[in-house]
Design a protein around this ligand. Structure first.
Ligand code: OAD
Length: 254
């Protein structure tokens, strides 16, 4: 692994036909959506992950968990895609590479709102809800009940829950398989704004590197998966991605 600027990353990208992009919460930080593990500002430094992001926590206090997701949904609705999201969508739309596919751990839908197509959402989407009893029904955001409790599934009457992956739950196998194939089948994998602490997403860069993919990490800070990278660009998503994918290179700012 070595550190370098956008120019070194552009050189790796210049020869690439298939590009995969794996994003985490840092991708949306400059849109005003907090990450999970950044000290001070990360959600898990202020809230209890087990209480708010696990099936047990939801069963213990559905109204509390539903309110917390309603607050996050509102925050995400007010946020706008940043220059990083837009640079990825633009590169895909303009056919800068033979293929450019985004795999995200984010549940905020900002890649899609920027215009990226066929985004693989590994951890679900906060805007959707689904039945806790898994009767198989997924819903666009239903009306909240006046009691503050979650709405009920129209099909079976159990609680509706956010359609996101909670701690202790398995990822959708089709999405995971598609993510593995996308990352390992690329010439270059760009890994943006993830701490690399949550599996199985965190295993994707190492698996891709083993498959011969050139791995570039974009992150202003050290991450757990830096050793999987051929090149680490220390900078933020909204500054570095336009410099990597756009016209003239710029120097990254933190
Ligand atoms: P984390 O909060 O663990 O990590 C965020 C990463 O983004 C850190 O490495 C930061 O250094 C980096 N970062 C911060 N600001 C950035 C910026 N402007 N540009 C680029 N990078 C920046 O978030 P994730 O790795 O996404 O799971 O966390 C993985 C999963 O853990 C999440 O999907 C969520 C959480 O629990 C579920 O919801 C299932």
């Amino acid at each position: 692994m070595k550190e370098g600027g956008p120019q070194a990353a552009r050189e790796l990208l210049d020869g690439a036909r298939r590009v995969a992009v794996l994003t985490g919460a840092g991708m949306s930080a400059e849109s005003g959506v907090p990450t999970f593990r950044d000290a001070q500002t990360g959600l898990w430094s202020q809230f209890d992950a087990v209480q708010l992001a696990s099936p047990e926590g939801f069963r213990a206090d559905p109204a509390l968990v539903w309110r917390w997701y309603a607050w996050r949904r509102e925050m995400v609705a007010k946020a706008a895609p940043n220059e990083g999201h837009r640079a990825l969508a633009r590169a895909q739309a303009e056919g800068r590479f033979e293929s450019l596919h985004v795999v995200t751990q984010n549940v905020d839908g900002l890649h899609q709102r920027a215009g990226s197509a066929d985004v693989i959402e590994l951890h679900g989407n906060i805007v959707r809800s689904r039945c806790l009893a898994e009767c198989g029904v997924a819903y666009a955001q239903p009306q909240d009940l006046p009691s503050g409790e979650p709405p009920r599934c129209p099909a079976c009457g159990d609680w509706l829950r956010p359609d996101v992956v909670w701690f202790g739950e398995l990822l959708d196998p089709d999405s995971l398989r598609a993510a593995e194939e996308t990352c390992a089948g690329a010439d270059v994998l760009l890994v943006v704004g993830t701490s690399g602490l949550v599996y199985p997403a965190a295993a994707l860069p190492t698996a891709a590197r083993r498959a011969g993919v050139r791995v570039i990490i974009v992150n202003p800070h050290l991450s757990e998966i830096d050793p999987a990278a051929h090149l680490v660009v220390r900078g933020t998503a909204a500054r570095v991605l336009p410099a990597l994918l756009g016209g003239e290179p710029e120097s990254p700012a933190r």
